[in-house]
Design a protein around this ligand. Structure first.
Ligand code: CA
Ligand code: CA
Length: 464
């Protein structure tokens, strides 16, 4: 199969390989990738290990000449790695696109030099994001999907919706921006999206979205159409099972028995970058704009600092009516005080002297345990996090027809994404705003979440 001509490989190697490899599957992964809120308009610091070394994303002001651009790059001996100009950017009226550049200097020094040039709109790090979950030991074999049940008030009560024959719809599509999804898994295969505009393996971009043979989605990390790459796609496969595990005689079941899930793989073995996150978000927006019935993207990942480039991409999703459902993070901290991204794009951010309004398409999710407590690792925020959802001992699908139990706000988030799809299945004309309101207005208020999130409650889909 041919690769898309639109995207050039970023050359991103393995800046965070050690970090990823050191993540034990036996303990709760700590999201170390947050930063202080810069309320005083001072630049918050982000550890160099949380950005791609010697790289930056640069946007030029409208009308900047090629000569001025080359002069800017020459001043820091920069080389262009990739020009990112997605169809979604073009459709939104963007004219400049983004340059991913590399240079010999350290990132902070290069950014200062770039930001002092008059024709630079912005220059920012190419952050590295990590997923926000890991497994616990031992795997569950007793099928205790507490998050789906009505056994306690803390479960989502999905089984109540199911008894009303509200089990989702194959007409409803969600995107999983994550690792890949095992689309041959016995509990996932028929709920994995097939691009109706694409002819398989003809090497042609039939639907003209910039990606050849994107049958199941796209692998933005590997820049190919093979969205499932094996056992390391466990996190994405686990998330998918919670949203849309098939109801059958094996394994698990998701919030939706029927749904279609687009695999937008941007997390690879060493995490994912801002450059690839933007392309993934814009890919989903473009599908929505083309008429694919995409309700939401699931974003169980985090890291880095404020990125105007990523903020802009999520804003384009907002304009297209796609919900962006995000994990609060796993550092146990208060997001109102210590910003975590992408979660905190939901609230006002101050960045380099300007104010950026919170994005209304976002839903930010904390994790609760089966006894209703806020998970010890879960980040929270009375202003910046919306609700809690099951995120401890969550049993779901893993690659090659296996299963396992993971902890994390990563696991809480797909319960909410699943809820958005379930609501849409039964309310086909509902807008993103209506779906968000339905989710937030139907929470079960619990004392452990009082003052910890805007709703003070946990997800309930009993009435969906
Ligand atoms: Ca295509
Ligand atoms: Ca691949």
């Amino acid at each position: 199969m041919k690769k898309s001509k639109l995207i050039i490989a970023t050359g991103f190697i393995a800046a965070s390989m050690l970090f990823f490899a050191s993540c034990s599957k036996d303990k709760i992964e700590v999201n170390t990738l947050s930063q202080p809120l810069n309320n005083n308009l001072t630049e918050a610091s982000v550890a160099p290990s949380n950005m791609v070394a010697n790289q930056a994303l640069v946007k030029f002001k409208t009308g900047t000449s090629v000569g001025a651009r080359n002069e800017a790059f020459a001043k820091i001996s920069a080389k262009m790695e990739e020009f990112i100009f997605t169809k979604t950017m073009e459709a939104s009226g963007e004219t400049q696109g983004l340059y991913l550049i590399s240079f010999p200097a350290a990132v902070p020094q290069a950014l200062v030099a770039l930001q002092n040039m008059p024709f630079i709109e912005f220059a920012e790090p190419n952050y590295i994001y990590q997923h926000t979950a890991t497994s616990v030991d031992p795997f569950f074999t007793n099928g205790s999907l507490w998050g789906m049940t009505n056994t306690s008030i803390y479960g989502t009560g999905a089984n109540v919706a199911w008894t009303n024959n509200h089990t989702g719809s194959s007409e409803v599509v969600v995107a999983v921006i994550d690792e890949g999804i095992d689309n041959q898994h016995q509990d996932l295969s028929s709920n994995c999206w097939n691009n109706p505009g694409e002819t398989p393996n003809d090497g042609i971009d039939n639907d003209n979205n910039g990606y050849n043979d994107d049958m199941y989605g796209w692998d933005f990390d590997g820049n190919n159409n093979t969205t499932f790459d094996g056992a390391n796609d466990d996190h994405g496969t686990h998330v998918a099972g919670t949203i849309g595990g098939i109801s059958n005689t094996v394994g698990i079941v998701g919030i939706n028995w029927n749904v279609k899930m687009v695999s937008c793989k941007f997390l690879g073995s060493s995490g994912g970058t801002t450059a690839n996150a933007i392309k993934a978000v814009d890919y989903v927006t473009a599908l929505k704009t083309k008429g694919i019935n995409i309700v939401a993207s699931n974003n169980s990942w985090g890291g880095g600092g404020f990125s105007l480039a990523l903020y802009s991409a999520i804003s384009r999703a907002n304009n297209a009516g796609v919900l962006f459902i995000a994990a609060a993070g796993n550092s146990g901290t208060n997001n109102d005080n210590t910003a975590s991204f992408p979660a905190n794009y939901s609230i006002t951010n101050k960045y380099q002297g300007k104010t950026y309004a919170g994005l209304s398409n976002m839903i930010v999710v904390a994790a609760i345990a089966s006894n209703g407590t806020l998970a010890s690792f879960s980040q929270y925020g009375a202003k910046s996090v919306h609700l809690g959802a099951p995120g401890v001992n969550i049993f779901s699908s893993l690659p090659y027809n296996s299963y396992g139990s993971y902890n994390g706000t990563s696991m809480a988030t797909p319960h909410v994404t699943g809820a958005a799809a379930l609501y849409k299945a039964n309310n086909s004309s509902a807008s993103a705003a209506t779906i968000k309101a339905a989710i937030l207005n139907s929470v079960t208020k619990i004392s452990s979440l009082t003052g910890k999130c805007t709703t003070g409650g946990c997800l309930s889909v009993r009435s969906f």
